[in-house]
Design a protein around this ligand. Structure first.
Ligand code: FAD
Ligand code: FES
Ligand code: FES
Length: 1213
């Protein structure tokens, strides 16, 4: 969940003292001697840190990344929404001598709150020097890390679950397993986002540690082969030894805590009141806006603070706010109690005087809370923080809705006054003022409430509901609800009477959760029937009305009706139409037959959590002919990616005097830029400069990116042409300061003599605002469209499809580091898919010869096309600022800026007319496609042929089209994951489905009848259709049907759909035809004196495994020399970072073929080397009989071969 939020944090100098360097909890000589200072003390990976001063707004992540060598915590969303920054936080209780371990999002955790705690990051689990942890090895071997940016966070999330499972008294599992269960292992990473790998390998890596895993269920890995027995497979898993596990809390810190370590928190403007009175005194001293009340600060994930605070008050140390009390009257929960603790308590409530039905209520509340955020948020997020956000800021809270339905009450402290009110009154009241504190919340015990009827044949039903983009893991609800009802069978009929009911709905685009009083009133006393339910649903639709501006209002209202229906429908007389015995997949019974209460279906599944993954098998057939090419070896660098040692651009330590940049971007689509001002003059402390187009040297050019079709300016000149256009760059001492300054900058705009901006493709057409598409990219129509239309029995005329844009969402946002070098040269480290292009743009912008610029790219934390053209302005802006200020400048875009300035996928409007026969055979398709290219041409012309190639996958009979590339006042759109082809394929399938539904035919039969024959393929893909034997689509299509038992599955699905009224299943197979374009790329293979091999290629490692494939190819191609002992060549090969002065013309890594081009070029290099070495090898062989690889190389003192890009582009069908 990423939202457009702003950053604003204080910035004070930070001093970290790493007093002792120690690992795994060995007692420090100095441990315990430093406690008198009252400094902030904590441990990271067993090392002691003591901070005499710190800005209280500093997060754990900021500290770790900028003041320690531990860079494995990655900043990706900065909002608690992705898991890239997860660290393990351990707390020690000296009384119980117990350590509590839980995961946290370090991007939200404030450093002052970790006093006396121990932090473990992925480096702390293991590393390349001391040996990797079993978790790292499993992630590596199960191919669970591609770009690797998410991997350290995943590993720590899994470690957190592992540590806690090991604390249970479950039976000791045999090695190499742990006490984790499969369910826990899978759930451990729920909420950790990966944008590359796909979750199956990740889940496999996690499950491989679980004692109850079915080893045959685990997918492709580098540990074992298919033919291995179960025992062999288990024996090949990397060792996990629980007796040698990482110590999460070092002994020295335990000793310091026992000896009474002090923390003079006030010195840090961080107040930790230990009683309500202390808190009152502190609040009395607040003079306005400068105080922030915090529990765990996770609210910052949703509401970024725009102003810095003078002081923080941490509520966690007040007993009244941290208690959790259960008695006959209910469950009372202190406001600072975490959601995890509440879940644990409610689930385990079994020894108190609660009736079983009341216990079910508590369990269902807990089940619902398990769907809130993620484990690493719930572990610290408090119920009070949640309810206050719901009350004050209208946050779409789950807790508010579900507690509202059970008549919860809250205790509030305002100044010196205390009051108890209902949660409903609290939510409906005016926003809580800054001096008021929520003390606790109480869930009543229903038995004690006295609302239930005295009759003993009643049943209490309770259910909670939630619809969100994902069932588990970080997705705010579209709607949530909770229903409580007391029902009883009637004496006179077979029906069910509603004695009492309470209903709450929330998060549907309302200020706060509501009690649906009109519906409660309507249903109370009613005998349930279809008619009654129908009327209640009408009332729900009237009550649940999203406010203006809410997304998908109709969907949300109908969801509310659906929830109500689901709750009551199975209670309705089984003779009625609704309850026909097959509701929702569970066979329902008549609920009150023979006066025997049977509860709502869902109540039989109190712990029902959606299944996460279904099992599957992956079987590969390998050929040894080109060994090791094609072998599923581990990804090059995967282990260091997992441990967090892999260095991404933002992990490179800052050079001395380094500055940080942040863009000021336009908020207007078309305007004059009159002035840019920061909020303090001339610059706030720590801000070094504001760089704009005026700072571009006279001999340079205002260019930020360039493609073969045209360039885009680095900064707006006098005029801005789209919202999100870069206007200037603020350069400051820290990234936080730069972001704050950029955010608060005031740009003054003027609108004089400007036309209105073009904000839609329709407007662009009206005003003829188009980019030219070169003839080569325009595509040709196929066949005679009029004839095709005449042949049709049916037509769909002028139907419309609209496709929106899409953000790249790489886990690593755009980043660069520029360092000015001697003689007007500059080195730029950039996370870019095309360093060569960035190099050219930087040279142009700075007005220096190309040989003055060097761009270096080692690895990219996910690109998906977004780090091709759109990475260049970041690299160029850093270079410009570094050259002007003669200081290193780096930049790491925050997620909000990245989303706003980085264009994304091309939106489109498609209007089509299609003619077809009664059997679904399409005879003609006519299309008008308007592509929104945004403000600059970028690579947009290639979208035209790509859309066409994607949609030509079916034989449309005749095809004609009119495609326009519209220039609009929005950010320029660029290539993104299968650019154009995704849209083309979507359009084709949308048309096929529309035809099928018009004819009431199975869509698979319409697909079938429109598949290409070789002849039609040839006419649609002129020049790239290949030979008839190469056209394999029809045979693959048939094969797929057989291998997947497609027809059998259809029968099963039909049967399921026949039996289930409310839940339906579907199945489909979809063909694609993809034109493969191989682009030339250079390569260089050097064999060093000791026989090790170093390789450079044009392609960039984006996570796709390019380096691994290249290594395999080099090992294979060099093995053709046939030396003895060349079997381990793979280990001798290292692929190194791209350096634009070392290997020129590296080109662009895109189009899914750069790995193949890079492999081919290194094969050619190796062929040259093998040819050169063969004569010597044969001579040596004659002399000594056999020749070792090292011996051969030692005779020649190293050799290298380089190949330039082959000059043509190759097209394959
Ligand atoms: C990624 C993410 C996903 C989430 N998903 C969900 C979800 O699906 N459903 C859901 O319900 N919630 C969700 N949340 C919200 C989460 O439950 C809250 O962040 C959390 O409850 C706030 O707790 P906290 O202890 O960190 O509060 P803090 O961030 O410390 O405080 C939040 C606010 O409340 C004030 N405050 C805190 N306690 C008190 C008090 N006792 N009295 C007065 N003021 C107080 C603070 O001053 C601050 O303004 C999500 C949060 C994140 C970050
Ligand atoms: S959760 Fe912290 S960076 Fe995403
Ligand atoms: S490997 Fe997970 S985000 Fe790239």
């Amino acid at each position: 969940m990423i939202r457009y939020l702003t950053f604003a944090l204080n910035c004070y100098p930070t001093m970290a003292i790493r007093l002792v360097s120690q690992t795994r909890g060995v007692l420090s000589k100095m441990g315990g001697t430093q406690t008198a200072t009252g400094n902030l003390v904590f441990a990271v990976n067993g090392e002691r840190f003591e901070l005499p001063t710190i800005d209280p707004s500093t997060t754990l992540l900021e500290f770790l990344r900028s003041h320690t060598p531990f860079k494995s915590v990655k900043l990706s969303c900065g909002e608690g929404g992705c898991g890239a920054c997860v660290a393990l936080l351990s707390k020690y209780d000296p009384v119980l001598d117990k350590v509590e371990d839980f995961t946290v999002s370090s991007c939200l955790t404030l450093l002052c709150s970790v006093n006396r705690c121990s932090i473990t990051t992925s480096e702390g689990l293991g590393n390349s020097r001391n040996g990797f942890h079993a978790i790292h090895k499993r992630f590596t071997g199960f191919h669970a890390s591609q770009c690797g940016y998410c991997t350290p966070g995943m590993c720590v999330s899994l470690f957190g679950a592992l540590v806690n499972a090991e604390k249970t008294n479950r039976l000791e599992p045999p090695p190499p397993f742990s006490k984790l269960t499969v369910f826990e292992a899978e759930k451990a990473v729920a909420g950790n986002i990966c944008r590359c790998t796909g979750y199956r390998p990740i889940a496999d890596a996690c499950k491989s540690l679980a004692a109850d895993v079915d080893i045959e269920d685990l997918g492709l890995n580098s540990f074992w082969r298919k033919e291995h027995s179960k025992e062999e497979k288990i024996s090949k898993l990397p060792v996990y030894d629980r007796n040698d596990e990482v110590c999460t809390f070092p002994e020295f810190l335990k000793m310091e805590i026992r000896s009474g370590i002090s923390f003079d928190s006030k010195r840090y403007n961080w107040y930790t009141p230990a009683s309500v009175e202390e808190l009152q005194n502190l609040l009395n001293f607040d003079e306005g806006t400068g105080t922030k009340i915090v529990v765990s600060n996770t609210g910052m994930g949703y509401y970024k603070e725009l102003e810095p605070y003078d002081r923080y008050i941490d509520l966690k140390h007040i007993p009244e706010l941290s208690m959790l009390r259960i008695d006959q009257t209910g469950v009372e929960i202190g406001a600072a109690v975490t959601i995890s603790k509440i879940i644990e308590t409610l689930k385990n409530e079994n020894q108190h005087e609660f009736r079983p039905t009341d216990r079910i209520i508590l369990q269902k509340l807990a089940n619902h809370m398990e769907k809130i955020a993620t484990g690493f948020i719930r572990s610290t997020a408090s119920v009070g923080g949640n309810l206050v956000m719901a009350q004050r800021k209208y946050f779409p809270s789950d807790i508010a809705a579900i507690l509202l339905a059970v008549d919860s009450t809250v205790d509030i402290m305002s100044g010196h006054q205390f009051k108890k009110i209902t949660l409903e009154e609290f939510l409906e009241g005016p926003p809580l003022d800054s001096n008021s504190i929520l003390i606790s919340v109480k869930i009543p015990n229903w038995a004690s409430v006295g609302k239930l009827s005295p009759e003993n044949n009643t049943t209490l039903l309770f259910e909670t509901y939630r619809a969100s983009p994902r069932p588990l893991g970080n997705a705010l609800p579209y709607l949530n609800a909770a229903f409580l009802a007391e029902v009883s069978p009637t004496k006179t009929s077979d029906g069910v009477l509603v004695n009492h009911c309470q209903m709450a709905f929330g998060a549907y685009g309302t200020k706060h959760a509501i009690r649906a009083r009109t519906i409660e009133k309507f249903l109370t006393g009613k005998l349930l029937s279809s008619d009654v339910l129908y009327k209640a649903i009408k009332l729900v639709r009237a009550a649940v009305v999203p406010e203006d501006g809410t997304a998908n209002p109709a969907y949300r209202s109908s969801l509310a009706a659906g929830f109500l229906f689901e709750f009551f429908s199975s209670l309705i007389d089984s003779g009625t139409e609704i309850s026909n015995g097959f509701s929702n997949g569970y066979t329902s019974t008549s609920l009150f037959k023979h006066s025997k209460p049977v509860q709502n279906n869902n109540q039989h599944y109190p712990n029902k959590i959606p299944t996460m993954l279904s099992s599957g098998k992956q079987v590969l057939q390998l050929s040894k002919s080109y060994n090791p090419v094609g072998e599923p070896i581990t990804k090059s660098g995967a282990a260091i990616q997992a441990s967090g040692e892999a260095v991404y651009v933002d992990d490179i330590p800052s050079p001395v005097n380094c500055l940080h940049g942040a863009f000021i971007y336009s908020r207007k689509p078309l305007a004059w830029v009159k002035s840019i001002k920061l909020n303090q003059k001339p610059f706030p402390d720590g801000v070094a400069a504001v760089i704009s187009s005026k700072d571009i040297p006279d001999h340079g050019k205002n260019v930020g990116s360039r493609t073969g079709f045209g360039a885009e300016p680095l900064f707006a000149d006098d005029q801005t042409h789209c919202a999100g256009q870069r206007v200037a760059l603020v350069v400051a001492d820290t990234q936080k300061l730069a972001d704050m300054a950029a955010n608060s900058a005031v740009v003054s705009y003027g609108m004089e003599n400007l036309e209105p901006p073009i904000l839609s493709v329709e407007e662009a057409v009206k005003r003829s605002s188009f980019f030219d598409v070169p003839p080569f990219f325009r595509g040709k129509p196929v066949g005679d469209i009029s004839k095709g239309m005449d042949e049709a029995d049916n037509k769909i005329v002028s139907a419309e499809i609209r496709l929106g844009s899409q953000y790249y969402f790489y886990m690593e946002t755009q980043t660069a580091l520029a360092i000015a070098d001697e003689d007007n040269c500059i080195v730029v480290y950039s996370s870019v898919q095309c360093p060569e292009y960035a190099h050219g743009v930087i040279a142009k912008c700075l007005g220096v010869p190309a040989h003055n610029v060097r761009v270096i790219t080692r690895r990219v934390g996910g690109g998906f096309g977004g780090k091709a053209m759109h990475a260049m302005p970041i690299a160029t802006a850093c270079a410009l600022a570094a050259q002007k200020l003669q200081r290193p400048v780096r930049m790491y875009l925050n997620r909000k800026t990245d989303m706003i300035v980085t264009g994304g996928r091309h939106p489109m409007k498609i209007t089509y007319t299609v003619g077809f026969k009664s059997d679904g055979k399409i005879t003609a398709l006519q299309l008008e496609i308007l592509i929104d290219a945004g403000i600059a041409i970028d690579v947009s012309p290639i979208i035209v042929p790509n859309v066409l190639n994607g949609l030509k996958k079916y034989d449309w009979g005749a095809l004609s089209f009119d495609i326009k590339l519209c220039k609009t006042n929005s950010t320029s759109k660029s290539a993104m994951r299968a650019p154009g082809e995704v849209q083309g394929s979507y359009i084709a399938e949308a048309i096929i489905e529309r035809v099928a539904s018009t004819l009431s035919l199975e869509v698979d039969s319409v697909r079938n009848v429109n598949l290409h024959t070789y002849n039609s393929l040839k006419s649609f893909y002129e020049g790239s259709a290949g030979e008839p034997v190469e056209y394999t689509l029809p045979s693959i299509w048939d094969q797929l049907a057989v291998s997947s038992s497609f027809n059998q599955r259809i029968e099963m699905m039909n049967e399921f759909n026949r039996r289930n009224k409310w839940k339906k299943r579907g199945i489909s197979r979809v063909p694609i035809v993809h034109e493969v374009l191989l682009r030339p790329t250079p390569g260089k293979v050097s064999i060093l004196n000791d026989g090790s091999v170093v390789v450079e290629v044009g392609g960039i490692e984006l996570g796709q495994g390019l380096w691994t494939k290249v290594k395999q190819m080099v090992a294979y191609a060099l093995s053709l020399i046939q030396c003895n002992g060349d079997g381990d060549l793979l280990d001798k090969v290292r692929v190194i970072q791209a350096d634009t002065l070392s290997l020129i013309q590296g080109g662009l890594t895109a189009g899914s073929t750069t790995s193949e081009s890079s492999c081919e070029v290194v094969r050619l290099c190796c062929n040259i080397l093998v040819e050169r070495l063969t004569t010597l090898k044969e001579k040596l062989q004659k002399q000594t009989g056999n020749v070792q690889w090292e011996t051969l190389i030692s005779k020649i003192s190293g050799v290298h071969a380089k190949c330039e890009p082959i000059s043509e582009f190759l097209l394959y069908p």
